[in-house]
Design a protein around this ligand. Structure first.
Ligand code: ADE
Length: 234
């Protein structure tokens, strides 16, 4: 047990899918996995282990923001032997070509957080996912006839009240979308030599100010989950 996870050693599979929301973790476990059991529930941050197509797989929520995902990713990797962490979440579109519900796979994550620099002697670390997972994801997308956008995203510290200069800077530098966790996940995975990936759906758009309805979110969520599950299964 750790301060934030009350599972026993061996309760987690080597691959963990991580949505932000604990009830999403429950939904994923109940909808997509077989022989599922709840393995942790500290603070209602739920985690489950089951099987996907006969292969062990876990799903655990990571909460909101980089401090939260950093705690869970650190403990999963260092105390439960987790080797692959795949974040499945939502993001705000920045690129004008993106439409609501589009899928994004992060090939790198910029950030306005100081957390990554803290790990890197004050310099700018290039937070990126694992290449093998990225390749598996690209192949899974072709098999599933999905066309995600692959590119740089930004993991922001603030959902409300970001520096107004940030949006034009993201547009100038070709950042596709903004979310709040991937850069921290990629940096932790790199430090402890495990694999990480981040798959997202566009839930709102920063330029057009459109937002998805809850039904629309569910359809795009199912596509993202199929992509993440097939990537994990590869
Ligand atoms: N996740 C979904 N939409 C977001 C936004 N607009 N900013 C940050 N994270 C998000």
């Amino acid at each position: 047990m750790t301060p934030h996870i009350n599972a026993q050693t061996g309760d987690f599979a080597e691959t963990v899918l991580m949505p932000g929301d604990p009830l999403r973790a429950k939904y994923i476990a109940e909808t997509y996995l077989e022989n599922v059991r709840e393995v942790t529930n500290v603070r209602n941050v739920l985690g489950f282990t089951g099987e996907y197509k006969g292969k062990p797989l876990s799903v655990m929520a990571h909460g909101m923001g980089m401090p939260s995902i950093s705690i869970y990713a650190h403990e999963l990797i260092n105390f439960y032997g987790v080797k692959q962490l795949i974040r499945v979440g939502s993001c705000g579109g920045v690129d004008e070509e993106l439409k609501l519900r589009d899928l994004i796979v992060a090939t790198s994550a910029s950030t306005n957080s100081a957390m990554i620099r803290d790990r890197f002697a004050g310099y700018d670390y290039a937070a990126a996912p694992d290449f093998e997972l990225l390749k598996a994801c690209s192949e899974a997308a072709k098999e599933l006839d999905l066309s995600p956008r692959f590119g740089n995203i930004l993991s922001g510290d603030l959902f409300y009240g970001s520096n107004p200069a940030l949006l034009p800077a993201m547009q100038k530098m070709g950042v596709l979308a903004v979310e709040m966790e991937a850069a921290a996940l990629f940096a932790i995975a790199a430090e402890f030599r495990v694999k990480a990936l981040c798959v997202l759906t566009v839930s709102d758009h920063l330029i057009t100010a459109e937002e998805t309805s809850s039904e629309e979110r569910q359809t795009s969520f199912n596509q993202m989950m199929e992509l993440a599950l097939e990537t994990a299964y590869a």
